[in-house]
Design a binder for this molecule. Structure first.
Ligand SMILES: NC(=O)c1ccc[n+]([C@@H]2O[C@H](COP(=O)([O-])OP(=O)(O)OC[C@H]3O[C@@H](n4cnc5c(N)ncnc54)[C@H](OP(=O)(O)O)[C@@H]3O)[C@@H](O)[C@H]2O)c1
Length: 323
């Protein structure tokens, strides 16, 4: 099969190559990939950044797996005998294991769900990592109707899902984004939009119950100042620092929670098929819709990853198409 692979870190190592077809292992399925969403995650693996994370990315010299991509949508071709929930021919979306910018991918049966009835493969492929992360952070916040939440990076992958989920749960949403994304963020459910190129969300009185930061490199202390006492700071602005990434900010989080009148929470999203089904339900209810701003053929997947490298200005999601 053809796949975007690399045997060492760095943009010049990435190329579409012929590699052996993967085979499903225990409790896995083999999927013919129709489309695969692009995430900053793919950039971390491609570039091997932050440097301190390399042992977790697979090794000091090169990433594991060697095929890039985590999200997928496609058709089940084969299942491990232990898998009872899916059968060949089923249309599914979710998280691949072993790379998804490829004609074929394997996935754990517990990390996929049936394709939402109202979505095609391109839109469904945009959802897994970004929408599940948004859902799991907002769930950790125990967000309630009437609470005021500010969401930075509101026009990006996680942010545009978070705006919709928070609004669907009855929260009053302030979206922080660039001018290009303002109309979209308002349409998705934000009652207020702050343009980060002209205004500073960290200025002014304490006024939010929850701040969910996905972008902008705001310091946690500055964001904490606009939280009301007892508020919650959802810290997900994975700093794009090439050496340490978000480690310094995350290290300070427990200290802030102990010494300030607000809590700081970080969630490491889990690849939950159950949460994909929850999101499917929201799509069916008409309260959640993935926005895909561009698609790329496999041969141009590297260009798509470059768009989300560094502090990008992606609008909604980018998707690699295979079929
Ligand atoms: N915790 C986890 O398990 C987990 C899982 C997945 C991802 N992540 C992390 O979550 C972060 C966000 O991921 P993503 O997929 O949403 O990224 P993304 O799609 O690249 O979105 C980033 C967005 O931030 C906006 N932005 C840039 N500068 C800004 C500023 N100063 N203020 C407000 N918005 C600004 C950009 O557009 P405009 O400025 O043009 O509006 C863009 O829409 C990444 O750091 C990623 O590594 C964490």
């Amino acid at each position: 099969m053809r796949a975007l692979t690399q045997d060492r870190y760095g943009w010049d190592a990435l190329a579409v190559r012929d590699v052996p077809d993967p085979a499903p292992g225990k409790d896995q399925v083999l999927v013919e990939v129709h489309a695969a969403g692009v995430n900053p995650y793919d950039w971390h693996y491609a570039a091997g950044q932050p440097l301190v994370a390399r042992p977790m990315l697979g090794g000091l010299r090169g990433p594991t797996p060697s095929v890039r991509g985590a999200d997928l949508s496609g058709v089940v071709l084969k299942t491990d005998p232990g898998v009872t929930r899916f059968a060949p021919g089923d249309e599914v979306f979710g998280f691949g294991s072993g790379g998804t910018f490829a004609e074929l991918a394997v996935a754990d049966a517990g990390s996929i769900a049936r394709l939402p009835a109202d979505l095609g493969h391109v839109e469904a492929a945009a959802m897994p990592m970004a929408a599940v992360t948004a859902l799991q952070f907002l769930r950790a916040a125990e967000l309630r109707a009437g609470q005021r939440i500010a969401i930075t990076g509101a026009g990006g992958g996680i942010g545009h899902f978070a705006v919709q989920i928070a609004a669907a749960w009855g929260a009053e949403v302030t979206g922080v984004c660039g001018p290009r994304n303002a109309a979209m963020v308002r349409e998705l459910g934000a009652s207020e939009v702050v343009d980060h190129t002209t205004d500073d969300i960290t200025a002014g009185e304490p006024r939010f119950d929850v701040v969910f930061t996905n972008a902008g490199r705001y310091s946690l202390r500055a964001l904490g100042r606009v939280l009301v006492p007892g508020g919650l700071l959802l810290a997900n602005d994975g700093s794009r620092d090439g050496l340490l990434g978000p480690m310094p900010e995350l290290a300070v989080a427990p200290l802030l929670s102990r010494t300030r009148p607000y809590r700081v929470v970080n969630v490491e999203a889990t690849r939950s098929g159950e949460d994909l089904s929850v999101l499917d339900g929201m799509v069916a209810d008409g309260v959640l819709l993935p926005i895909v701003s561009a698609t790329y053929p496999l041969d141009r997947a590297v260009d798509a990853i470059r768009q989300v490298a560094g502090q990008g200005h992606a609008r909604g999601k980018l998707v690699v198409t295979l079929v």
